[in-house]
Unconditional design. Structure first.
Length: 410
């Protein structure tokens, strides 16, 4: 694949070319003052890429520019791919959304729930409800992340070395050990950003009889022509992989993070459905093009239209937004006016969201400040790729939205 390319003139899809240049002018400043090494932005409407811009360098130290075929660690933008994979199996009757996770991972059969106490001496009780498949898809499972650092259960994950890609376990062992630890709350009652999609990845493996990378390759990547997306980076493509940078709070600038970057340079032991993939703009644009077209791209159908619509409804209990029931921990979206579906955040109240957007817009992002969204109403998709952790370092995502939406003129 030669990289993502322009496919339409902006005016032909209802975009103003001059207004679109505000995007690059604005984000040029992020590179000029050292907040980002470099970036790529792509905007498509009515199925055609009408705006594409790159800026800065994929590797500052080597003097290598961001190019249209640069590879990026997409981290949690892996989650929507895992969710699509799971729903493909759901459409085939492999499970019901209300099936207990323990049907596929027996260690979750007797889940206990944290009640009180420290991480060293927790008091637990049997979970009032079993963890179900839809709880994994919606992050209402009661699971957490070791890196959240806001609850005793987080600390229990760290003590058990349940840290995912940087740990010592494969996916099956990780999930077996995870099932032995307590959850934070009754499944289905609250929202907490977590390893839910990693567990969902293991469900996919058991239900399909394939390793997660093989399922992705056979059922999603090859059918969609996503030739640059994989767990880790093949040796022959390493020269295209962007360097990883971290936010330096003291200076506000991006500093190189080679230690964390290492996990993307080869196939990892831990196949993280929550954050393990490397991809390109061309590949991820094909994935979002499939989503905005309700499950089909270039004659290849992965999901039925009603399944996509169902996934992008708000599945939070009572139809509330994340502000009302979300555990206040790091995540890839704002909380006000945003609900959560089966694999995506969903805008349920644009006025409350306080970001120019559409009702029903769905999205997610990754830890290295990557982001995408799909707007079914406007038939628009947008993609931002860079490599700066954490994604909360700047306000890239809301700024990009206001700059993209102001360019729509039809």
């Amino acid at each position: 694949m030669d990289g993502i390319q322009i496919e339409a003139e902006p005016k032909d899809v209802g975009l103003d070319a001059e207004r679109l240049t505000r995007i690059e002018r604005h984000f040029q400043s992020y590179v000029d003052d050292g907040r980002l090494a470099g970036w790529l932005v792509a905007v498509a409407r009515h199925g055609r890429v009408a705006y594409l811009a790159t800026c800065g360098e994929r590797d500052i130290e080597a003097g290598l520019p961001v190019e249209v075929d640069t590879l990026f660690r997409i981290y949690s933008m892996t989650k929507p791919i895992t969710s699509v994979a799971a729903m493909m199996l759901y459409e085939e009757g492999a499970f019901e959304l209300t099936d207990p996770v323990s049907r596929f991972i027996p260690s979750f059969a007797d889940t206990r729930m944290y009640a009180s106490g420290s991480s060293l001496a927790p008091i637990t009780a049997p979970s009032p409800e079993p963890m179900q498949i839809w709880h994994l898809l919606s992050h209402t499972s009661g699971l957490t992340y070791a890196a959240n650092n806001s609850h005793p259960v987080d600390a229990m994950y760290r003590a058990a070395n349940l840290v995912g890609a940087t740990g010592d376990f494969d996916l099956a062992t990780f999930c077996d050990r995870l099932g032995e630890l307590p959850i934070m709350f009754t499944p289905g009652t609250r929202w907490n950003y977590s390893v839910s999609c990693d567990v969902l990845g293991r469900v996919i493996e058991v239900a399909s009889g394939l390793s997660l990378d093989e399922f992705f390759r056979r059922r999603i990547f090859e059918p969609l022509g996503m030739t640059d997306t994989s767990f880790g980076t093949p040796a022959e493509k390493l020269d295209r992989l962007a360097a990883l940078y971290a936010y330096d709070a003291a200076t506000g600038k991006a500093v190189r993070d080679d230690e964390r970057a290492k996990t993307a340079r080869s196939r990892p032991l831990f196949l993280s459905g929550g954050g393990g993939l490397v991809s390109s703009a061309a590949d991820y644009n094909r994935f979002t093009a499939m989503l905005v077209a309700e499950g089909e791209l270039d004659g290849v159908r992965l999901l039925g239209p009603r399944t996509i619509r169902y996934m992008t409804q708000n599945h939070l209990p009572g139809g509330v937004d994340l502000e009302e029931i979300g555990q206040k921990s790091f995540s890839e979206t704002r909380y006000n006016g945003v609900g959560f579906g089966l694999g995506f955040s969903v805008v349920v109240n644009p006025a409350k969201y306080k970001v120019l957007s559409s009702l029903g817009e769905f999205a997610w992002g990754g830890a290295a400040s990557t982001a995408f969204w799909v707007d079914p109403k406007e038939q628009l998709t947008a993609l931002f790729l860079t490599q700066l952790t954490p994604s909360s370092s700047n306000h890239i995502r809301p700024e990009l939205k206001q700059l993209v939406y102001q360019s729509i003129v039809d």
